[in-house]
Design a protein around this ligand. Sequence first.
Ligand code: 0O2
Ligand code: 0O2
Length: 203
Amino acid sequence: MNWDAFLAPYAQAVEELKVKLRGIRKQFGLESSHSPIEFVTGRVKPVKSILEKAELKQVTSFEQIENEIQDIAGLRIVCQFVDDIYQVAEMIRERNDLTIIAEKDYIKKNKDSGYRSYHQIIEYPVETIHGKKIILAEIQIRTLAMNFWAINEHSLNYKYKGRIPVEIKSRLKRAAEAAFKLDEEMSKIKKEIQEAQRIFHHK
Ligand code: 0O2
Ligand code: 0O2
């Protein structure tokens, strides 16, 4: 088997899930109610990153890779408010087209880096010409503020190859707290904001 063949079901899953999750946003829009989803993105993990993670986890075969690396197919759902994250997580739990096998709440307990997000690892069936194949995928659910922080920290991690200088690291931790404070402040005026957005939407 080659990489293209190995990754094909993952690419298929990412495309299908993007359509399905964006569909949720669309439905809320049609009913003129606040969508807990702001936007959805997705990607298949680049081969280079898969190999790096495989080395870290000391796995070698495709079979081990598909069981051990859970984010080869990655979906990201970005929300306006922290409450929305839990609403979306519950909606995904109730779906019949996927099965949740693990959930990690890095919001109630953030990671040491300052990272916050809600993760769900799912089993998702993909129809192939050889029949049904169940693959693993990771759904990350986070607010716009958490996303802003995470993409910036991710860039720095890339630049410093995972060894961010302590000075920058501590600034990042403070930035993470500031982002969370922003989420808390926005939550307090959520009703006001939603009312304003409803009026804007009607116009
Ligand atoms: P809409 O109507 O804007 O919601 P594709 O499947 O080809 O459409 P692609 O090119 O793979 O998507 O891109 P990706 O990275 O999966 O997702 C891009 C989508 O995320 C686009 O939505 C962007 O508008 C949206 N997006 C990315 N970053 C931001 C952001 O910072 N703010 C907002 N509001 N949206 C963002 P669509 O598909 O155009 O749909
Ligand atoms: P990418 O594609 O570069 O984002 P585990 O197998 O559970 O022991 P794993 O798989 O690292 O460990 O799971 P975890 O910790 O839940 O993280 C999975 C993904 O969450 C990461 O994927 C990141 O996308 C995101 N993430 C986790 N921690 C951080 C962080 O401190 N900063 C940022 N920016 N993102 C984080 P990858 O593998 O890094 O891939």
